[in-house]
Each structure stands twice: as C-alpha cells, then as structure tokens.
Design a protein around this ligand. Sequence first.
Ligand code: HEM
Length: 143
Amino acid sequence: MSDAASMEASLIAVADADIRLPLFERFFAAFPGRRASFISIDAASRRMTDETLQMMFGLAKGEGWVWPLVTELVHTHRAYGPLPIAEYDAFIDMTVVELGIAAGAAWTAGCAASWQEQAEALKAMIRRARAEWQVALPDPVTA
Ligand code: HEM
C-alpha cells in the first residue's frame, strides 16, 4: 500500500473521533505557558489539527499547494510571538501520536511509518519557510 493510501485508511478510521482536544491537552501538558496564547482554543484547535493533517497527507501525495500553505502558516504564526521550532516539532509529533491512538486497528506499522516520514518532511518544510521569511522580513524576536 502506498504512503497516501495507508494514511488515508487511518484518516477514515478516525472520521468519527475527535482528536483535537486530546491533542491540545497533550500539547499544553508539555508547554503549559502556551495555553494563554490562544484566544479561542475551540476555534484554533479545529484548524490547527485539520491543517497539520492535511499538510502531511498532501506531502504524501506530492501536492504543490503544501509549500505555499506552509509559508502562509509560518508567517501568520510570527504574529503570535516567539514560537520555538521545538514547539512546531512537538505539535506535529503529537498530532501523529493522537491519530495513532484514535485509529486503532488501522494503525499498522506501515501506516505509522508513513505518517512519521511525512511528519519529518513537514518539519523540514517549516524550517525552510522560517528561514526564507527571516531573509525576506528579518525579525530578531522570532528568529
Ligand atoms: C503545523 C503546525 C500548525 C498548523 C498547521 C497551525 C495552524 C493554525 C491555524 C490555521 C490557525 C488559525 C486558527 C483560527 O483562527 O481559527 C492557527 C492559530 C494559532 N496557532 Fe497554530 N498551527 C500550527 C502550529 C502551532 C504551534 C506549534 C503553536 C504554538 C503554540 C501554534 C499557536 C497558534 C496560536 C497561538 C494561534 C492563534 C489562536 C487564537 O487566536 O486563538 N500553532 N494555527
């Protein structure tokens, strides 16, 4: 099964689950100070969870829209204050962890490996976007 096909099977398996609140609680357990950054956790958690999954799935399919979406995401997030790269990495890893918990039997070893591979690709793309924004619009605070 291709990366995209096994990833899609796990997304279908979690269609009726809601991974975003457990994901955000996991994230705030690791970064308690971040809770206060959110005006609306309910609103932001829907889009942050959804877009993180979409970006990884899009990368698995070689979609060209992922890069512009990632650059937009990184630029938007510069407005939320200094955001260490470790928090991006953790959020992406935790999204995969929560998906795995919810996916149950659909979470095969191959499926887990596919998500992890695309998680690493997304982390690398975020690093590239941050570096390019830093050149285009230098900001010592978010460097
Ligand atoms: C790949 C990772 C991420 C994606 C795709 C993503 C996506 C988004 C999106 C689409 C929004 C807009 C939500 C809305 O207005 O409805 C948002 C808001 C936000 N994100 Fe992220 N995000 C990511 C990672 C992070 C990380 C690691 C943090 C660290 C805390 C973070 C902090 C925030 C904050 C503070 C807001 C504003 C929420 C508010 O005003 O209530 N994001 N994010």
